[in-house]
Design a protein around this ligand. Structure first.
Ligand code: FAD
Length: 473
């Protein structure tokens, strides 16, 4: 039973890390006493885990009731890699964390690209994200795992244009856009609400993401009403603005999620990478050893010992991480969805990287001119406008009818490039969903599970969840 190629090493830092992992595996799997067989060795012992075939060999073992500790001199050979199923941001973050620690892994992604829900399509010279989404440059885990400079992020303006009464009214952060101060005063929000917004922004600016998950857990709507915002502020600003983030306009999402997101908006900027959202997962994948990465590899069966593929092939693993989307589970949370329409046109009736909120139209929630951030997302001379709807059934004609409400838009000259519907975009996060401690890493039927639905439903949540699981292994 003893593998022939046990590698002996002492004092080597990398091997110590591996040996530590073997120890953790011993505890995490079926428990040390049942899970391992021991073999006498000259000056030490070798241990073979019956379930995962990890061999740990130590010069001095101290066995105790529930496990063991190794005093000095490590040596081991691990025959099986950790298997990660799902190459979205959480699976990639897990893989990057394992790679950094020098732990062998294999990453299986069912589709033909990395990134899952964070990705882009390419059509006729246009870069089309798979649903409008933004990257907040204050995301802490993202800042740690990604090279933000290489993403060439460009920020949106801090504020919004609100389309109402046939015109566009501006509201802007007076610290970042002082020249828009008087326009903001005469803008869509009554002065008392502007003051409340300023007070809330200052309060949340210093809030840490982990503290956001400790505030009283009510719906965002209840929180905003209790904070004193008027109906006008809710209808004209909060519903379309947060509706575009939570992908639901009732604002039934937990106020903890609101605090998490808004504190990051207050501290940093909403941005887009130059090459679209796809650049984020692609950068993570580029950090990983190529022979551990497997696209177009759908897993059809997961067990704690290994995984099976569509062609019936089976691979053993020392552990299995389930990084699939939440909806593979019949007991998954509900989903919030969106439909994104990409239009090409020669002119847009506003200038600059503003998010346009549409509280008075039936189908459009927000729109933005993506070329005002990155001209390269469209062929030269063209604007690419992303129009988002929270109505899953919205069709081109509905949106064109709504676009007439925008001053200066000649809808007849707007060409639809693509309609991208994402009914399963975000897991619903009502009150009760974001109760610490984080559920990441919880073993489900013997797997470690990661994904945005276990943290905050966001790029940051997915990355943090994957990283945490990587660190557990
Ligand atoms: C339209 C939209 C807008 C968004 N807006 C924002 C935003 O503005 N800001 C923000 O921070 N976040 C936003 N998000 C959320 C963010 O994109 C997600 O939270 C994050 O990408 C989720 O990553 P994940 O790894 O948890 O899950 P997923 O991305 O769902 O990854 C799961 C992966 O598992 C793969 N998989 C599933 N089954 C199998 C199988 N059997 N075998 C192999 N592979 C399998 C899937 O193909 C997928 O790649 C948005 C998402 C969408 C869709």
């Amino acid at each position: 039973m003893l593998p022939l190629n046990i590698q002996q090493s002492a004092g080597n830092v990398r091997d110590r890390a591996f040996a530590e992992m073997a120890h953790q595996d011993a505890h995490r799997l079926s428990g040390f006493r049942e899970g391992f067989q021991s073999f006498g060795q000259a000056g030490g012992m070798a241990m073979l885990c019956c379930r995962c075939n990890v061999v740990a060999m130590c010069n001095v073992f101290e066995t105790i009731q529930t496990g063991f500790s190794c005093k000095a001199g490590y040596g081991f050979f691990m025959t099986k890699p950790i298997l990660i199923v799902g190459g979205g941001l959480s699976g990639l973050a897990c893989a990057v964390t394992l790679a950094k620690a020098g732990k062998p892994f294999e990453l299986f992604e069912g589709s033909n690209r990395w990134g899952g829900r964070a990705g882009s399509d390419y059509k006729d010279g246009y870069i089309l994200d798979r649903g409008f989404q933004v990257f907040l440059d204050a995301y802490p885990t993202a800042t740690e795992l990604l090279d933000l400079e290489a993403l060439e992020l460009k920020p949106f303006a801090s504020g919004a244009l609100v389309c109402m009464g046939g015109g566009l009214k501006q509201m802007a952060d007076p610290f970042r856009h002082p020249r828009a101060f008087f326009r903001t005063l005469a803008g869509p929000l009554p002065p008392a609400d502007l003051l409340r917004l300023g007070r809330l922004t200052l309060k949340l600016k210093s809030m840490l993401p982990e503290d956001a998950l400790l505030v009283p857990d009510v719906s965002t709507l209840t929180f905003l009403q209790n904070f004193g915002f008027s109906d006008k502020a809710l209808v004209r600003f909060w519903r379309p603005f947060l509706g575009g983030i939570f992908l639901e306009a009732e604002l039934s999402t937990s106020s903890r999620m609101f605090h998490f997101v808004f504190s990051l908006f207050a501290r940093g900027r909403a941005t887009l990478p130059r090459e679209g959202m796809q650049a984020i997962p692609d950068q993570l994948a580029a950090k990983l050893p190529k022979d551990s990465l497997h696209l177009n590899t759908r897993v059809t069966e997961l067990t704690p010992e290994g995984v099976r593929f569509a062609d019936g092939a089976w691979v053993d693993g020392s552990a299995v991480v389930d990084a699939r989307d939440p909806w593979v589970d019949p007991e998954a949370p509900g989903a919030c969805g969106t439909v994104c329409f990409y239009f090409a046109c020669d002119v847009v009736p506003w200038t600059g990287p503003w998010l346009v909120l549409c509280p008075e139209t039936e189908h459009i929630n927000t729109l933005t001119d993506l070329t005002s951030l990155h001209p390269g997302v469209a062929p030269a001379g063209k604007h690419l406008v992303s129009v988002s709807s929270l109505n899953p059934n919205a069709i081109e004609e509905d949106v064109r009818a709504d676009l007439l409400a925008l001053p200066g838009v000649n809808v007849a000259h707007w060409t639809l490039i693509e309609r991208i519907a994402v009914p399963y975009a975000l897991p619903a996060q009502p009150p009760g969903h974001l109760s610490p401690p984080s559920r990441t890493g919880a073993s489900v039927n013997g797997f470690l599970r990661c994904g945005d639905f276990l943290e905050t439903a966001s790029i940051e949540g997915a990355l943090a969840s994957g990283k945490r699981v990587g660190e557990l292994l």
